[in-house]
Design a protein. Structure first.
Length: 118
């Protein structure tokens, strides 16, 4: 069973940075894609970015391109989301998720709150 635990959220001023972590456990992730999603109050959950564990290939939503960077540490089984130049509209609960190739995201963390103030 895959277990995901996010950390690193908090309150930051606009223009600032935060790094989120997602510690993954429960199995080998070589056949997995890891993603970050977010959900703002009153809005649907949206895709932010993903990384293919084995190749390091990444994909970003247009809204975060050039500001956010996803990476992974194989030795620590941890995925990171470096968020720079944060904007108030980035305020949301951020979720880490995992899926196997050709499947939907099926494993989710508990979420971590990111709040960006003016």
């Amino acid at each position: 069973q895959v277990h995901l635990v996010e950390s690193g959220g908090g309150l930051v001023q606009a223009g600032g940075s935060l790094r989120l972590s997602c510690a993954a456990s429960g199995r080998t992730f070589s056949n997995y894609v890891m993603g970050w999603f977010r959900q703002a109050p009153g809005k649907e959950r949206e895709f932010v970015t993903s990384i293919t564990w084995s190749t390091g290939s990444t994909y970003y939503a247009d809204s975060v391109k050039g500001r956010f960077t996803i990476s992974r540490d194989n030795a620590k089984n941890t995925v990171y989301l470096q968020m720079n130049s944060l904007k108030p509209e980035d305020t949301a609960v951020y979720y880490c998720a995992a899926r196997q190739y050709y499947r939907e995201y099926e494993c989710w963390g508990q979420g971590t709150q990111v709040t960006v103030s003016l």
